[in-house]
Write a protein that binds this ligand. Sequence first.
Ligand SMILES: Nc1nc2c(c(=O)[nH]1)N[C@H]1C(S)=C(S)[C@@H](COP(=O)(O)O)O[C@H]1N2
Ligand SMILES: [Mo]
Length: 420
Amino acid sequence: MSRKFDSVVPPTSPAFWRSPVRGPWFTSVLGVVLLFGITVLFVTGLLSYAAYNPGLSPLNDKTPDKGLLGFYLFDWPTRPYWLYRLTQGVHVTLGITLIPVLLAKLWSVVPKLFALPPARSLAHALERISLLTLVGGVLFEFVTGVLNVQLEYVFPGSFYPLHFYGAWVFFAAFALHVVLRAPAAVRNLRRGALGDSGELVAVRPAAPTVSRRGALGVVGGASALLFATTAGRGFDGPLRRTALLAPHGWAEPGSGPGGFQINKTAASRGIDPRETAEEAWRLVVAGPAGTVRLSRPELLRLPLHTAALPIACVEGWSTSDQEWRGVRLRDLAKLAGHAADAAPDVLVESLQRRGAFRRAALSAAQARDPRSLLALEVNGAALTPDHGYPARIIVPAAPGVLNTKWVARLTFGDLREAVR
Ligand SMILES: Nc1nc2c(c(=O)[nH]1)N[C@H]1C(S)=C(S)[C@@H](COP(=O)(O)O)O[C@H]1N2
Ligand SMILES: [Mo]
């Protein structure tokens, strides 16, 4: 793809663009890959949004002004228990894998950005504006997504609304683009690489250094490399070590029962060991029957149950199943005055005083599931401080953000009452 050009030819001239790789076939192949890939990203993104149960409580809702965009929301299920691990793993891994395809697609059509006159007609002007929305939208979604996954806290509190509203704006432009271009793309693909003609084909092509198929191979190879260095985020042990692109400098979980991914340490969340000590810490359980206070030894004397469940974060990493042991949320609901089968929504509050994720609302379906625990132990030992000692929530199929650590209080009942 040699880029030699005469300094006198401006980029607004077709003669400026000399790569012999450009052409409708190359653009259409990449377009079809993106059509499927971006559709999966959009659907898994909408699922990820639903998984936070934003309809449940203002606490879970980062986008209270969503209006009609929340039309599809549903009560996030608790089975299969690996649901969010799968949908969010696919969302993040696929998004990263598609980056080379996206860049190649934009490169393949970049001459059009410079084409003159800016508008030949009103229809042409509208089309170019919609393309700016499309390109701006896709870059915005990929950049915000990658930044959120790779660098925590670049968007204090605002990643959710940005990525969510951006997705709808982008997807509207994307759907329009697909409808307008699909017939031409099908024609280009039928005609094949050799039958290429049209505005994208260089009028003064430079000598080829790679065939069009070869160039596609380079793009595919780059995607395969990104996939191979990303997918390991969804596993523990040796596989995680293949995730070379995952953010490093995280707390080292070490080995032993608590030797799995730690997102935020107790120290970083301002959890004081004096508050979690056995003498000091009490779990408050509130409901219509009043308020019960339980020490950790008292909780350990209640019926204990185990559940093998992963932690799966919105950032796309997850752990393999861990063996959690603790008290069922439905049994705690009973202590608070609700029949176990009629356990209502529950507000979970942690010892943590500041920062996001110190509180979360769980749905009645989540509270009733027999695998939903207030976990006291993991993998046969007491929780480590960084995994939420003295007690943390674990719920099947839910995003990590709902697995509150260092729990201090559970309030069963109508959450609109509980949250002010
Ligand atoms: N109190 C509290 N609980 C929390 C968080 C937090 O910041 N504070 N982070 C949540 C998020 S976003 C995730 S992904 C999981 C990570 O759990 P781990 O660090 O044990 O892997 O904890 C959740 N529980
Ligand atoms: Mo998370």
